[in-house]
Design a protein around this ligand. Structure first.
Ligand SMILES: [Zn+2]
Length: 120
């Protein structure tokens, strides 16, 4: 997709909405590979020059998310990518798989999750 100020605003709004539904602090959002490369190396280490290959990348330790708008083909994939990355932030111990995908689907359908810290 082509990034413009409207799309940027739309993405940040969605990130805000889903962050509050998932009870996570709103992450800082990067929208271009250029922004990823401009971040200090210690933050993006491991997913820096390879970031362009993915629709999205979470830098969990730093509450930072990269949404690769340029690579994302359509609005549906965009929404999916946002939710995918935020599910990583809400469920940091969970790796990709059936359970992860189920949580993404639930998130897309408007499910709210209580905060991670509050759970025992
Ligand atoms: Zn992932």
């Amino acid at each position: 997709m082509k990034i413009d100020p409207d799309l940027k605003l739309q993405i940040l709004e969605k990130v805000g909405i889903y962050s509050s539904r998932f009870s996570i602090p709103e992450p800082h959002v990067l929208l271009t590979t250029r922004e990823v490369l401009e971040m200090p190396k210690e933050i993006t280490t491991g997913r820096r020059t390879s970031a362009h290959k993915y629709y999205g990348v979470s830098y969990l330790q730093h509450n930072l998310v990269f949404i690769n708008v340029k690579k994302i083909p359509d609005e549906k994939t965009l929404e999916n990518t946002i939710v995918h990355e935020l599910i990583h932030m809400r469920f940091p111990y969970l790796s990709h798989g059936k359970r992860f995908n189920k949580l993404v689907r639930r998130g897309l359908h408007g499910k709210t999750f209580p905060s991670y810290q509050k759970r025992k």
